[in-house]
Ligand binder design. Structure first.
Ligand SMILES: Nc1ccn([C@@H]2O[C@H](COP(=O)(O)OP(=O)(O)OP(=O)(O)O)[C@@H](O)[C@H]2O)c(=O)n1
Ligand SMILES: C[C@](O)(CO)[C@H](O)COP(=O)(O)O
Length: 378
């Protein structure tokens, strides 16, 4: 079942004040919008609904990241509809709709909403009201209300895509959130236990609260990934290894440019992020990747790591072949890999070994490559 997330970010944040709309202000070292996108970065499709005035800022934030930008509308419901339309060409089965102003939603909460959608067309997090409730005239208490059965609504609010599209199309407008829209269309919405930490930045004091929560949970996160790849030799007069053309009596065969070293490093990066492998992001069945430069794949993995808040700490790559001899070309390969990945040379190792004439590499039928990558988030 495919799940997409729509992050609505077209509001102006008037209650929060300040020179910039709240989603573009920095907390804990990154804009609020980036924290929120990172919380959903494990999902295959992300749509960020923005105000047209914020386009340059949003493009800079999302450059190289797998995020679709669309322009929102004058009210929240209109912005949600714009996000839903952006997905219409290739509709997902489920969609999560989330306020950009809630940057602290946990992965556990997001997964709980998705899990609930297996049995109901709608699901959303909420916290039961625990304080006594009064009415007042601004100066004094004028009455009390029963808090039984009252909830504080949160996002992400999740729905079967087709159902929420139809519900929005039928709604007259003025809804506070998508649960109200869904219920007006007769959809059942399950309550998933919400989180106190999933606060919405609304007033000026909320920035400090959100920052404290993000700092508290952003613990050191160190990831190790490995990648292994093999390409066979065929007719030709050179091989491409780590972006460098190396003269050789044969060429490596493959769907792309068959840069076996770059593929192993790319898979190590994906592996460290639990993001599958090159084939998942660039399917070999897709003709557009035929003969593609492997730099495209590596850049995607590097950008994804940056989007998720990781720094690449080091890369270690071993090429396994009898010939060509790698040593003379290793400095150029390291320089090229550093250029693509934006890394320092003392963090990228490229070395080679033979297999003592054993096996397919020993018989010079192809080249194998094995890579390790370390990613760090602090
Ligand atoms: N026309 C609008 C209005 C709101 N939102 C989004 O809806 C969410 C919840 O709204 P709220 O917290 O009220 O944000 P703002 O409308 O920006 O704040 P304010 O009401 O203080 O101006 C926010 O992520 C906001 O960006 C939107 O995408 N389009
Ligand atoms: C959708 C919402 O986050 C649910 O709590 C909220 O209603 C949106 O924000 P607003 O302050 O009501 O505009």
């Amino acid at each position: 079942m495919t799940t997409a997330a729509i992050i609505v970010a077209a509001g102006r944040g008037t209650r929060a004040g300040g020179a910039l709309p709240k989603q573009w202000r920095e907390i804990a070292g990154a804009p609020v919008a980036l924290w929120t996108l990172r919380a959903f970065a494990h999902l295959p499709r992300l749509v960020l609904v923005i105000h047209p005035d914020d386009r340059p800022r949003a493009e800079a934030l999302c450059e190289g990241f797998p995020v679709t930008l669309v322009h929102g509308a004058a009210d929240r419901a209109g912005s949600v509809r714009a996000g839903l339309e952006a997905l219409a060409g290739d509709p997902p089965e489920r969609v999560l709709i989330h306020d950009v102003a809630r940057p602290c939603a946990s992965r556990k909460l997001i997964e709980a909403v998705i899990a609930a959608l297996a049995t109901t067309p709608g699901a959303a997090p909420a916290l039961a009201v625990t304080d006594a409730l009064w009415t007042g005239d601004g100066i004094r208490v004028t009455g009390t209300r029963d808090r039984n059965g009252l909830y504080r609504a949160q996002t992400p609010q999740g729905f079967r895509y087709d159902a929420i599209v139809q519900a929005h199309a039928a709604h007259p407008g003025g809804a506070a959130d998508d649960v109200e829209v869904a219920r007006a269309a007769g959809l059942d919405v399950a309550i998933v236990p919400g989180e106190e930490r999933n606060l919405k930045i609304t007033g000026p004091d909320d920035f400090a609260r959100a920052e404290a929560l993000l700092k508290e949970t952003e613990r050191m996160d160190i990831r190790l990934g490995n990648g292994y790849d093999v390409h066979r030799f065929g007719e030709g007069d050179h091989v491409v290894l780590c972006g460098i053309k190396v003269p050789h009596g044969r060429s490596l065969q493959g769907h792309s440019d068959a840069d076996v070293g770059m593929h192993a490093v790319t898979d190590a990066l994906y592996g460290a992020m639990a993001e599958g492998d090159i084939g998942r992001h660039f399917p070999p069945s897709d003709p557009q990747w035929k003969g593609a430069a492997s730099e495209i794949f590596l850049r995607h993995a590097v950008d994804l790591a940056g989007f998720k808040g990781f720094t690449i700490s080091n890369i270690d790559l071993t090429l396994i072949c009898e010939r060509p001899k790698i040593g003379p070309h290793a400095p150029a390969m390291i320089a090229e890999m550093c250029r693509i990945m934006g890394m320092e040379a003392d963090r990228v190792s490229i070395k080679a070994t033979t297999s003592e004439r054993l096996g397919f590499t020993g018989r010079e039928e192809g080249i194998a490559a094995i890579a390790t990558a370390t990613l760090v988030k602090s």
